[in-house]
Design a protein around this ligand. Structure first.
Ligand SMILES: O=c1ccn([C@@H]2O[C@H](COP(=O)(O)OP(=O)(O)O[C@H]3O[C@H](CO)[C@H](O)[C@H](O)[C@H]3O)[C@@H](O)[C@H]2O)c(=O)[nH]1
Length: 412
């Protein structure tokens, strides 16, 4: 039996691909090594094998020589900051995004901040479009993938759960399938604290704690983690890092990049900053009767630039051969310190230099009193250390909001 590397296999099974699975040519391509390994049995299929026609011109193949990192969802909030951090660290990056909740403007801002002369390679692709995905993998040589692309609104996920399951799970399955086909087996996944099963009183979450989410969005994150874990365990060569974010906020210290919710924000800090800039009237504090320092919900906020840096550190797990006890790593990304809603409003008022008005409303369905993390594993194994504190987060958020009251779209 001979073993073939997918990348060096100069054939495709054209007849099988067209007759058996017209909507998903990947399926036939992925079977090639099986046909080759069992030549006797499948010799009738091999008769239909033809040399692969070159599909790219020389210019189109220019990225193929260099190793790139593919960032899915790279125009979103955390994705765009990660792209910037990767470029600053000398990585070559390709971004794909379906732009359903973002625009390409962050890429222009990144270009400026990273002092690039050329545009960042970008392809408007939906992960549900497996042929589009294949075309990007054909064009570049990827060493690894950082996977952000997903629907992410907790409330919305309860109203349209099937859309969440379909988009987030099928998108991830397509991505992993194409990665396998092209022998790209390193993935960093953008997960969330929402995968943890809530424990009353909110002891700091550790990576080994029980999981179990209370909403469809959270469950898609949990399932995506499971799918990636199963694939990583299925055959040698796969490496996966699952990063569980706590509450990202802040903006770039320059004020030219930040979070740009296209609708009225669901999350606390973008809401507070829109009140501060006068776009919204007052902050609605969801409940002041929790068992916390002042009765309002406590969360573990982390500056988005710190979070982005953790992705660059996570990629090092793919390089080190010494540290090969496992091929699957899970890390919490938070500060380990909790702040209440009122503490956040107060810190933001300080950054803005004026009182931010708020009213106390009833509790929001599904909310809990305290969610904070134990960040020590990421510190120990990734060397990850928070650089920005609460005041930095509020200062940078305010700079972004005041410089860009309408986000990335000044005509809004
Ligand atoms: O207008 C608002 C919005 C939020 N809150 C309160 O502020 C705190 C933080 O709420 P966010 O909506 O900003 O964040 P969550 O902690 O609810 O959820 C976020 O963090 C989770 C992990 O902890 C998941 O990742 C989730 O996707 C992400 O939105 C909560 O106590 C919430 O009740 C308000 O009082 N008013």
């Amino acid at each position: 039996q001979e073993v073939y590397d997918y990348n060096h296999l100069p054939y495709k099974v054209e007849a099988f691909s067209q007759s058996t699975c017209p909507s998903n040519p990947f399926i036939s391509v992925a079977h090639i090594p099986i046909f080759v390994a069992h030549q006797q049995e499948y010799s009738h299929f091999l008769n239909s094998v033809k040399p692969l026609e070159p599909t790219n011109t020389k210019d189109e193949m220019v990225g193929k020589q260099d190793s790139h990192i593919l960032v899915t969802g790279g125009t979103g909030f955390i994705g765009s900051f990660t792209v910037l951090e990767l470029l600053k660290n000398g990585h070559k990056v390709v971004v794909i995004d379906n732009l359903s909740n973002s625009s390409t403007e962050p890429l222009n801002r990144i270009k400026k901040l990273a002092n690039l002369t050329e545009d960042i390679p970008f392809h408007k692709i939906d992960l549900m479009d497996i042929n589009g995905l294949i075309s990007v993998f054909e064009k570049y040589n990827f060493s690894s993938v950082i996977h952000f692309a997903a629907l992410k609104a907790v409330g919305e996920s309860s109203k349209i759960p099937l859309k969440y399951y379909e988009n987030n799970l099928s998108g991830t399955i397509n991505l992993l399938s194409v990665m396998g086909q092209f022998n790209v087996r390193n993935i960093v996944f953008s997960s969330s604290a929402t995968v943890y099963k809530y424990v009353p009183g909110g002891p700091p979450m550790k990576e080994g704690d029980d999981t179990g989410s209370s909403n469809p969005y959270g469950r898609t994150k949990l399932f995506m983690e499971s799918i990636i874990t199963d694939v990583a365990n299925s055959e040698p060569g796969w490496n996966a890092v699952l990063l569980r974010y706590f509450n990202p906020t802040g903006a770039h210290v320059s004020g030219i990049m930040g979070e740009d919710p296209l609708q009225i924000p669901n999350n606390l800090m973008p809401y507070v900053s829109q009140v501060a800039v006068g776009k919204l009237k007052e902050v609605h504090v969801f409940g002041d009767d929790y068992n916390t320092i002042d009765g309002t919900g406590v969360r573990d906020y982390i500056h988005v630039s710190d979070l982005a840096e953790a992705h660059v550190l996570a990629m090092k797990k793919f390089e080190s051969s010494a540290d090969k006890k496992s091929n699957l790593f899970i890390y919490n990304l938070g500060s380990g310190t909790g702040f209440s809603v009122l503490q956040m409003v107060e810190a933001m008022s300080k950054a803005v230099g004026k009182e931010i008005p708020y009213v106390i409303d009833p509790r929001r369905a599904g909310d809990v009193d305290v969610i904070v993390c134990n960040p020590s594993l990421a510190e120990k194994e990734l060397g990850f250390k928070i650089k920005f504190g609460l005041d930095d987060m509020c200062r940078d958020l305010w700079k972004w909001q005041s410089m860009n009251p309408n986000g990335y779209n000044p005509s809004q």
